[in-house]
Design a protein around this ligand. Structure first.
Ligand SMILES: Nc1ncnc2c1ncn2[C@@H]1O[C@H](COP(=O)(O)OP(=O)(O)OP(=O)(O)O)[C@@H](O)[C@H]1O
Ligand SMILES: Nc1ncnc2c1ncn2[C@@H]1O[C@H](COP(=O)(O)OP(=O)(O)OP(=O)(O)O)[C@@H](O)[C@H]1O
Ligand SMILES: [Mg+2]
Ligand SMILES: [Mg+2]
Lengths: 464, 464
């Protein structure tokens, strides 16, 4: 007899934690740190707070000399904090969070922090402790575990106290890790976070007592992103159906204007002519077939304004150059910021930096990838940025050998980054994103080409 | 004020359907077909039924000449059928299914069929119809949609009738697709399914009225796989805790024997000596720290027998050669079946086939990848098999040029395939799997090398 079963989201990712980047003790250590650091940074710069993020990873005393051993991880930030009643759910439930909107942020899946907690628990059987204060007056502290089968937190104890002015979040957990194998990746992650977040102060104390400090390098912080309505090109029948369901009354003309991004009266009228629907008709009277056909027409109409990139928060020339110079100390650096573009109704901005020579000691091209200010360190070969570098760029044309001390930095920001995996390892191919990356990379290569040209003629002059 | 939200599993994959392989109308057409065909094949050969799977894809009449248009897909099989009360849940709920056990099967996530239904509905607003019979006497038919926000089915109507001897499942749905773009991939998928399932009869009628028939090529069907207990090397604290929770009483010695794969009295005694625990102690008295330390010791003990590969169902030499000869018609074919191995406590078997010349007209090496009898057609460059071919094989050594009319077929079967993505596109690196693939590929290359050697000396003799 066939046995059927339903499993909870946390049970699913417990069994398939490879999908989320928690495949083994060295990779899990990396993923835990990156998920929690990204949560802390979101809690700061989405609210225009200069981030201060401190991370301490310590091997427990008196352990056998194995590579895989128990670590304590403590991370604290000065961010927005988590409201008291939401603290257990924030990290104690998969698919729970505050970043499910159409707004640029590092987080988007509602599960990264929860996976860190889950992995810690299944490897050490120890609860995690979360302390948070939203107002600097009172802190709330929870010691808890996650009920994996039910996808909900179990609070073991709770305490609160005087926060004495501290606002933010502090997380302490124990997990089995393999620091020897992941140390270089973890340090690389912090170096890259510092490059793209030069307005943050970050410190990492590692198990070998090495202290990595990234001082604040600029007072310039990007303007926080804003939330937008869905764009007509990003709407399917389900999206239309839900918008109609919450429509309180009024003609389809005002329905379109109020529910979709950048649809004004003029465009709404043109579209309604195109689909031959009376502008005063209540959308709640649309039949099932009419809804499907209307959704299709949104795609074929062709005259909607493209998504507005002003809801996004790119790094900008200043911040990117500061980060590049601070972390890489090159002889030459250049940046290309593309105008906003869109894929499938989602606005995005591509920013590319180039750093050459100076303290860059590599003998071949290095690619640093970023998306929504997150460094992507794995699966380079599968990423759209690598594909552009290898397939769409004619290196001979720029007289730049690929074996140069050259770093290309790509950053894509969007209301929705098309990651291929839940572990946010790399970005899927989208022709619109590919085109923007290609043009931005060509721009900075032209800049380098000019510089190298001038430099070699200067050297020729000096030789004479 | 920060707004928090919980979203259901279907809502999560509705918003992030790229993760599941439903990124655009051409890819979604492919994914819908592959998910439903794999469900039908599982429903047959897991129960020793010779599969008969018929698929018909038809473009709807009277549509504009766009590339993206509405299709009707009908798929029917002669498999086990779905029990009446489970039919709506089977495809109407994400994370619901019968394949969550530790047993080899194509499906494993409880969501592929549901994603097909979801995508169909959000692109056409039309319900799907599922008809199934488990006994050949009565069929049950449901017309339903999925409530995406609640992750549950909504049944629109139900009917039943005399099945007149037919047992199996039939699914009909409507979806927006782009067949022009995905036709070659879809046909390639059917060709490869036929290669690895030569005991099945499969027919595909496509929108251009081309009928692809894959007749049954052999009466040999692999023995169905069996379910196994978790292996000690695959157990974490959560797994131990759950096993203890359902333990009704008795010493830890019998607990180990009854709960873990291939742990007999001898090994149990040795292990309990190693961790210095009395064999008669009730595991329910273990403290939290003892559970964590016991789990760690399962990893470090080092004397457990490796997982038993007999629970697996490899294709075998006969079936693989039949499929290769039937679909590729090569001049030379060879197969290497490796002994069972294991990664992280999960048993697996690697089988590699090689086909050379004859009707193979390619001017370079082709790699056909399979996992648990599923063809993997995307992201070849990220897959472990490709990595082995490109990095671990010394092609000069075998005197086989890479520009030969050569096809390498890799098949991995396991109780758990370590896919990197929910869309089952490619397999993550595991050193144990890499090693088995390398050795199997070397074996078939040696075979080809010998054949080419003999062939060229025969030709030299004939020339004289
Ligand atoms: N350090 C923090 N400060 C403030 N809020 C936090 C912090 N960490 C987590 N949160 C809250 O908890 C929620 C859940 O975090 P989690 O990492 O599980 O998901 P996410 O960040 O929303 O998405 P993703 O899975 O992509 O990381 C967040 O949306 C945020 O509201
Ligand atoms: N054609 C079919 N015949 C019999 N049972 C089926 C059929 N299709 C689906 N089912 C049942 O419905 C369940 C859910 O199918 P679904 O494709 O959503 O998930 P799955 O096959 O278990 O896993 P995966 O997501 O990896 O495909 C299956 O586990 C199976 O029990
Ligand atoms: Mg997060
Ligand atoms: Mg399935």
């Amino acid at each position: 007899k066939t046995e059927f079963q339903e499993i909870s989201p946390s049970e699913f990712f417990y069994r398939n934690r490879d999908l989320a980047g928690f495949s083994n003790p060295s990779r899990a250590l990396y993923s835990t740190i990156r998920e929690l650091v990204e949560n802390s940074l979101d809690a700061c710069d989405l609210f225009s707070i200069y981030p201060k993020v401190y991370v301490r990873l310590t091997g427990l005393e008196n352990q056998s000399k194995e590579d895989v051993k128990e670590y304590t991880l403590v991370i604290s930030d000065n961010g927005s904090g988590i409201p008291n009643e939401k603290i257990p759910l924030a990290l104690g439930k998969v698919f729970f969070g505050s970043k499910f909107k159409l707004k640029q942020s590092r987080g988007m899946f509602g599960m990264g922090g929860t996976m860190s907690m889950l992995y810690a628990q299944i490897t050490t059987n120890k609860p995690i402790t979360i302390t948070s204060s939203v107002d600097g007056k009172t802190y709330h502290r929870y010691r808890m575990i996650i009920d994996i089968e039910k996808n909900q937190p179990t609070v073991l104890d709770y305490s609160s106290g005087d926060s004495k002015g501290w606002r933010g979040t502090r997380i302490e957990l124990n997990l089995m890790g393999d620091y020897l194998r992941s140390a270089s990746r973890i340090v690389e992650y912090f170096n890259k976070i510092a490059l793209v977040t030069p307005y943050a102060e970050i410190a990492f104390l590692d198990p070998m007592d090495r202290l990595f400090v990234y001082a604040k390098g600029t007072d310039q912080m990007p303007t926080p992103p804003t939330e937008v309505l869905p764009h007509p090109l990003g709407v399917d029948v389900e999206g239309l159906r839900r918008a109609i369901r919450s429509w309180k009354g009024g003609g389809i003309r005002s329905f379109l204007i109020k529910n979709f991004h950048r649809v004004g009266p003029g465009i709404a009228d043109k579209f309604l002519e195109y689909v031959m629907i009376d502008p005063t008709r209540d959308p709640r009277t649309l039949s099932s077939e009419e809804m499907a056909s209307l959704t299709n027409s949104l795609q074929t109409f062709g005259k909607f304004l493209p998504p507005d990139g002003r809801c996004l928060s790119p790094l900008g020339r200043e911040i990117l150059l500061t980060g590049i110079n601070k972390e890489l100390n090159p002889e030459f650096a250049d940046v290309a910021i593309r105008a906003p573009a869109a894929y499938g109704g989602f606005p995005f901005v591509v920013e590319v930096g180039l750093a050459y020579g100076g303290q860059i000691k590599s003998d071949k091209l290095l690619l640093f990838r970023f998306a929504n200010r997150i460094p992507l360190l794995y699966d380079e070969g599968s990423d759209i940025a690598w594909k552009v570098l290898m397939e769409d760029i004619d290196w001979n044309h720029y007289k730049v050998p690929m074996e140069s001390p050259l770093v290309i930095i790509t950053h894509i920001c969007s209301t929705k980054i098309p990651y291929k995996t839940v572990g946010k390892e790399y970005i899927s191919d989208r022709p619109e994103i590919e085109r923007e990356l290609k043009n931005a990379i060509k721009e900075v290569l032209r800049g380098l080409s000019l510089y190298l040209g001038k430099k070699s003629s200067m050297e020729n002059i000096q030789r004479k």
